[in-house]
Design a protein. Structure first.
Length: 123
């Protein structure tokens, strides 16, 4: 495969989505694992869409997006709560703000960044 290939980021994104959905179905997997995978998915999604962005800028953009979504959970308008009560809305927007999620998102972005730097960029 070519370096920086959109296909690599697309496949990586799909794998992370599958892992995230699977992690919710397996008893004993801590819920924070899903938060880490969410951030990894966002990073690879940013790389997929903005293929020519540096990995540092992609990491910053992905982390900013994750933080934005988390802080958006403080907004409790009725229409927003209705969206969050749908399956897709719950997966994308979450349910409630947690400071710890910011730590897990940062960890996820760091993991994805390192994977990108060490594995994808060198393949």
């Amino acid at each position: 495969m070519l370096k920086n290939s959109r296909i690599q980021y697309f496949i990586s994104t799909l794998i992370v989505i599958a892992l995230g959905i699977t992690s919710r179905k397996i008893i004993g997997v801590p819920t924070f694992f899903g938060d880490v995978l969410y951030a990894v998915m966002i990073y690879f999604g940013v790389r997929l869409v903005f293929i020519h962005l540096s990995i540092q800028k992609a990491a910053f953009l992905a982390l900013s997006f994750c933080f934005y979504i988390e802080f958006l959970q403080l907004y409790q308008a009725e229409w927003m709560l209705e969206i969050r009560n749908t399956t897709l809305g719950h997966y994308v927007l979450g349910q409630g703000f947690l400071w710890s999620d910011l730590v897990f998102y940062t960890l996820g972005i760091a993991i994805a960044f390192l994977m990108d730097f060490k594995i994808i960029k060198t393949s």
